[in-house]
Design a protein around this ligand. Structure first.
Ligand SMILES: [Cu+2]
Length: 338
């Protein structure tokens, strides 16, 4: 009886989720890395605050070889992996970086927060190849939730150059199909929204080696999912869901400064949500709160139940200076429900 109820609930969630994804956020569609995926790195120019800045981004390699992708954007593609499945990811490095001594002249993928075998960890100092590699590993149910990946070659430089992206470990049913729960045995949600937090110090983009610039981080641009979002009318990202839906927001801290996350209504009052996972691990007791810190390198998974009547909420991130927590800037997003 319990099993058939669970099955029906799961099936219902899958159907609802399928429908909701039709009008979810601007984020590109997820890639299940158990199917085998070849990533590469491409240089792109992105205009922030009216200034063109070069980035190096992970992207899905197309047919013409390393360094050539169909749609290279910041951040890299959303990668996902079901519990029990094996990731099969190949990184093709287009060329070695001029001006950087070996082994700091190539790239890797480091799966931040996942305990993968050392040979799959993408760290040059422990022997990872930087001229291209294949990453195979699997994950258990402890990891269901938000993680992230980034390059581990001269990380201070390459992270800043945009070499990062979201990684989500999925719960699965007995058939291995993804199910939308926040963590192992946790509540199901209707819609998922991944938010990659990052910051940009343009000086880092032209410096190499041991340049003294790297000793002092001074960001000028503040992003969510690669966009600035400097006001409520120009949000970094927008999600549209159904009134009354439960929304999982997976926050991934790839910025290099402090950050505070809140969800406000039109009147500016902060809404209560529930924190479920910290760094991709389920909390023993989920915590109701209206404000959380996302430290550099940290992930947090939260859920909010939207009001039953149509409206708009405004999730926002305040970026703050590491040294004294002084606010730099807010980045706004919009959550519509109707
Ligand atoms: Cu790199």
């Amino acid at each position: 009886m319990k099993n058939s109820y669970l099955f029906l609930t799961t099936r219902l969630v899958q159907l609802i989720l399928g429908a909701c994804f039709l009008f979810s956020s601007t984020q590109s569609s997820a890639i299940d890395v158990s199917g085998g995926i070849t990533l590469s790195v491409q240089q792109i120019s992105k205009t922030l605050g009216g200034t063109a800045i070069d980035f190096w981004v992970y992207c899905v390699m197309n047919g013409t070889g390393p360094g050539s992708c169909a749609d290279p954007v910041l951040p890299g593609p959303l990668l996902e992996l079901g519990v029990g499945a094996q990731a099969n990811i190949t990184l093709m490095v287009p060329m070695m970086m001029a001006g950087e001594p070996a082994p700091y002249d190539g790239h890797t993928i480091h799966f931040h927060g996942l305990d993968v075998p050392q040979g799959e960890d993408g760290v040059p100092e422990t022997g990872a190849a930087t001229n291209g590699d294949t990453y195979t590993f699997s994950v258990d149910q402890r990891y269901i939730g938000a993680h992230m990946y980034h390059c581990h070659v001269h990380t201070v430089k390459h992270l800043e150059m945009g070499m990062y992206g979201p990684f989500v470990v999925r719960a699965v049913d007995t058939g291995g199909n993804f199910i939308a729960t926040i963590n192992d045995g946790g509540p199901s949600y209707d819609v998922e929204w991944n938010m990659v937090l990052s910051t940009v110090d343009p000086r880092y983009h032209s410096a190499i080696g041991d340049d003294v610039v790297f000793a002092s981080y001074t960001p000028q641009y503040y992003l969510i999912n690669g966009n600035e979002g400097t006001s409520r009318t120009t949000p970094a990202d927008t999600l549209t869901a159904t009134a009354g839906a439960t929304v999982a927001i997976r926050l991934m801290g790839l910025q290099s400064v402090n950050a505070t996350f809140q969800i406000l209504d039109d009147a500016g009052s902060s809404q209560t949500f529930t924190l479920y996972n910290l760094d991709g691990y389920a909390l023993t007791s989920p915590m109701a709160t209206s404000e959380i810190e996302i430290s550099p390198g940290q992930t947090k998974d939260i859920m909010i139940t939207l009001p039953a009547t149509p409206g708009t909420l405004f999730p926002e991130v305040t970026y703050r200076r590491l040294r004294d927590d002084a606010p730099y800037a807010k980045v706004y997003t919009t959550l519509n429900f109707n």
